[in-house]
Design a protein around this ligand. Structure first.
Ligand code: 4AD
Ligand code: MG
Length: 460
């Protein structure tokens, strides 16, 4: 028997005499002498309508096919005469791969996002989540393409690490010690007996290691999972999330802002063009403003204002904030939203933050009070990028490490990079799930990552 290639429904664009389609049944209904089966193969939003007529030898079994069952269909792909779909298959053979029982939870009706989170292993079979995760895949590709087109090299920075890049101390521990009998020395856990012979954590950022490669290969980036044990149960925070981190040698804060703006615009343009039908689903059913928001971002020049100016705008606004604004404290999400949505109604880059509220590695400005930090804020999300120019001067970096209480012995290699051939360099981290939330309008981070990890939640 001649083997026929499986047709992906996303590729159905012309009549074909013989096609093979494999997928999952969304619905089935009978009509006199026919069974109409809606099949989806996950390649695109559209189902294909399969018409099975009563002359098929297994017609009795076909009539028992239930929602959620897996099938393999052979037949003719023809233009559909009925409304609603462009193509249909006149089946010559319907192979039932497996029948789903009636308890299949995704019967044809709307389900809440909260319910679908409890069946995260099945939710990609719905229209909405199928679309979201196809977009996630396309966006990942677009990120690699963006950097490759500009000569950046892709670096795989370690997941297990000894260094706390952000100095926030909210890291997950990695250990093989027996938790029921932890070895003790001087009243404390004895990590000398642990796998690595010292404390190990899951990384919060690949930045410090990426910097070492920027100082060797020029422009580089990492794109991988990062972990934070922040106990904040918000719609924007996950304990495991993906970050895109470019790092550019011979680049100052202005160049860094340019790259951030260019990256966001290019990625939005890409999904609007390449994921058109999936994005349309979100624009119709999830956020009616979505296309307007995306087009506005692509068309605007991002506002660039120093932190002090941002604080001024916020204090002069008549808005009642839950957390009052004052110089020297970090911007809260309500402040970010006010700036980007209400005041400017476009993306805003806030730069030059007080050094006290930022990590040790950011470059100290001439005023000795602020550092060359930058946060990119976008409507509906707030902070999507955090980055900075890095402190390239050995003595100042060493002083900042002392001030912020970072042990020099552990960061000797980082300091040493400033001793040998140090150059001005800059980079940032783009939260990949926040980008996903922006492009889909999905308002909870738990719904843009396949299996979300948040406080007290590690199912699947
Ligand atoms: O601002 P952050 O903490 O910056 C860094 O980690 C730098 N080391 C990056 C760099 O310069 N290479 O994090 C960067 C971005 C944030 O702007 C946000 O979009 C995202 O990562 N992010 C989170 N996303 C989801 N859940 C969390 N808990 C996140 N924490 C940060
Ligand atoms: Mg940040």
């Amino acid at each position: 028997m001649k083997r026929i290639k499986i047709l992906h429904l996303s590729d159905a664009d012309a009549p074909m005499d013989k096609v093979l389609v494999k997928g999952w049944v969304r619905t089935r209904r009978d009509s006199k002498g026919f069974s109409f089966i809606e099949v989806n193969d996950g390649s695109c939003l559209k189902n294909i309508q399969v018409i099975a007529d009563e002359n098929l030898s297994n017609y009795e079994e076909i009539n028992k096919i239930s929602t959620g069952s897996a099938v393999s269909i052979e037949g003719k792909l023809v233009a559909s005469k009925g409304g609603g779909q462009k193509w249909e298959i006149q089946a010559e053979g319907v192979d039932i791969i497996s029948l789903a029982p009636e308890s299949y939870p995704l019967q044809k009706k709307r389900h809440t996002d909260e319910f679908l989170r409890t069946i995260a292993h099945l939710r990609p079979r719905t229209n909405k989540y199928g679309a979201a995760f196809r977009i996630r895949s396309e966006l990942s590709y677009a990120i690699h393409r963006f950097f490759r087109d500009r000569g950046f090299r892709y670096i795989h920075t370690p997941i297990i690490t000894g260094s706390d890049c952000e100095g926030a101390g909210d890291m997950f521990r990695v250990t093989t010690l027996n938790m029921d009998h932890v070895p003790v020395a001087d009243g404390k856990a004895d990590y000398a007996e642990d796998f690595f012979g010292k404390e190990a954590k899951l990384t919060v950022s690949g930045q410090l290691e990426a910097e070492m490669f920027a100082l060797a290969l020029g422009d580089v980036y990492t794109f991988g999972p990062t972990f934070r044990a922040e106990n904040s149960n918000t719609r924007r925070h996950a304990a495991e999330f993906w970050m895109v981190e470019p790092e550019m040698a011979f680049c100052d804060l202005d160049g860094n802002m340019d790259l951030g703006e260019e990256l966001i615009k290019e990625l939005l343009r890409f999904v609007m063009k390449e994921c058109k039908s999936d994005i349309e689903l979100f624009a119709r059913f999830v956020d009616k403003q979505l296309l307007g928001i995306l087009e506005n971002i692509v068309a605007s020049d991002f506002v660039r204002i120093p932190y002090t100016a941002a604080v001024e705008i916020l204090s002069e606004s008549n808005k009642k904030f839950e957390f009052p604004v004052k110089y020297g404290s970090d911007l809260q999400s309500e402040h970010e939203w006010y700036l980007t949505e209400e005041h400017f109604n476009r993306p805003v880059i806030v730069y030059n933050y007080p050094k006290e509220i930022k990590p040790f590695y950011m470059r100290v400005n001439d005023d000795d009070a602020t550092v060359g930090a930058m946060d990119v804020l976008v409507p509906s999300i707030g902070e999507i990028i955090g980055g900075s120019q890095r402190e390239e001067r050995y003595d100042i970096l060493e002083g900042r490490m002392k001030e912020t209480g970072l042990p020099k012995e552990e960061y000797w290699w980082y300091l040493e990079s400033r001793e040998f051939g140090s150059v001005p360099h800059s980079g940032f981290g783009l939260g990949f799930e926040r980008l996903m939330m922006l492009v889909t309008g999905i308002n909870n981070i738990r719904d843009v990552i396949p299996f979300p990890r948040t406080p007290k939640n590690i199912e699947f």
